[in-house]
Design a protein around this ligand. Structure first.
Ligand code: NDP
Length: 399
């Protein structure tokens, strides 16, 4: 039995909190803390579960997090605030000797750039402190890394080609909205596309490479090559990979809205002067867009996230894919959240569970593909994300 501190009370925080309350035999007490305590209180009130309590914290301030940890004494902190808070929360966990888990890698607020270096630099300090940090334990990154590790362990001697494909075939009825924090999401997708091939990174203009990809139970959808953070850790930890790419579906309408917003400067992170005060256009845009957590009620359709893998097994070429489909409506009925928040929150809860039950407890900083995929995948379906595998039966990605 363990106490868990969840930091962040947005769409994902809500799912993590609810999922933790569903497993009282592991998480005996749950504290959800965020910048705006009212959002934590709303989650707690919707559940009326005595094991879930709330607090206020500014997670940019290490001293505030340390004080909260010292007061509550959790075994692990699940960070589902924003990537900007990753390092301050990791620092607080180091000071207090508490395990750490997040779902997105660090990004400096004033530069739209994400990479693992900043967090990998904590490895020795976490080792010396005897504590675990798990990086990127949502769905992508997260389950995609576990899927790849599972494929390597059970299906391949060597993985050569990896294509991670992410489809949201759902419809929320809004003209334009993002499925998780708009600021973080738009920073990510407006960057140059990037993929790994034969030891180097190849850059392409945003949305310039696309193809029709067939998604199980959904059909063919136009999918765009993006850079996504798990590519960096997967090619490092699985060095036989010759090519790794990430694809995501976008509708024509979504791309048109995005293009207009970019063209008029509303996706910029450069502060501008507005009536005597400095504002960041993208932060203003976030304030007028629908709150992702509010999309769930009318969301219909499914997400589908899949790893297509090719390589060698017993000296012969092999093709394999492994995927999960998640229904927006079912997620909403269970936890009042859309499927993107659900597919992020369930793996975060499960990763934390494996740390406190010692199956994923190791000294240092780890990406999920470095850990044993079996206990994770054995439980993923039980907690709401069933997965399926298909062997030597796909013509996708033979190029
Ligand atoms: P939201 O914007 O809905 O929620 C973020 C929460 O963090 C809010 O409660 C916010 O508080 C809080 N927060 C922000 N700054 C601070 C701070 N300084 N101190 C304390 N709390 C703070 O985001 P989402 O729930 O959509 O996303 C959460 C995380 O999940 C993000 O890092 C995102 O990148 C990641 N993610 C990962 C995915 C994956 O598959 N790996 C997929 C989707 C998301 P306030 O309400 O006051 O603003």
């Amino acid at each position: 039995m363990a106490k868990v501190l969840i930091i962040g009370a947005g769409g994902v925080g809500n799912v993590v909190a609810q999922k933790c309350t569903q497993v009282p035999e592991v998480f005996s007490e749950i504290l959800i803390a965020s910048r705006t305590q009212a959002k934590c209180d709303a989650i707690a009130n919707s559940l009326a579960n005595a094991s879930l309590i709330t607090a206020q914290v500014d997670a940019d301030k290490v001293t505030e997090i340390v004080a909260l940890i010292n007061d509550f004494q959790p075994e692990i902190v699940i960070n589902v605030a924003l990537p900007y808070q990753d390092l301050s929360i990791m620092d607080a966990c180091l000071v207090t000797g508490v395990h750490y888990l997040d779902t997105a890698n660090y990004e400096p607020p004033d530069e739209a750039k994400f990479e693992y270096k900043w967090q990998w630099d904590y490895h020795e300090r976490y080792q010396q402190a005897g504590i675990t940090a798990i990086l990127g334990c949502g769905f992508d990154p997260g389950v995609t890394g576990v899927f790849t590790a599972y494929a390597l362990k059970h299906h391949f001697d060597e993985i050569h080609y990896l294509d991670i494909v992410d489809c949201n075939a759902g419809s929320h009825g809004q003209p334009f909205a993002t499925n998780f924090n708009p600021e973080i999401n738009i920073r990510e997708i407006t960057q140059k596309g990037r993929y790994y091939e034969n030891g180097t990174w190849v850059e392409v203009d945003p949305f310039s490479v696309h193809r029709l990809i067939d998604y199980p139970e959904i059909g063919a959808k136009d999918s765009y090559l993006l850079y996504h953070e798990e590519l960096e850790s997967l090619v490092k930890h699985i060095p036989t990979i010759k090519r790794a790419r990430f694809w995501m579906t976008f509708s024509e309408s979504y791309l048109t809205h995005l293009r207009v917003l970019e063209n008029v400067g509303l996706t910029s992170i450069e502060p501008i002067d507005y009536q005597g005060q400095q504002i960041v256009p993208l932060q203003f845009l976030k304030a007028v867009l629908p709150i992702p957590a509010s999309l769930g009620e009318n969301y219909e359709g499914k997400t589908s996230i899949c790893c297509h893998i090719q390589g060698i097994n017993n000296g012969k070429p092999k093709r394999y894919y492994i995927y999960n489909n998640c229904d927006h409506k079912e997620a909403y009925q269970e936890v009042g959240a859309q499927a993107v928040a659900y597919t992020t929150g369930v793996p975060a809860m499960l990763g934390a569970m494996l740390v406190v039950t010692k199956e994923w407890q190791r000294k240092g900083v780890f990406n999920v593909e470095q850990l044993n995929p079996d206990p994770f995948l054995a439980k993923l379906g039980t907690y709401g994300l069933p997965w399926h595998e298909v062997i030597n039966n796909s013509e996708e990605f033979v190029d």
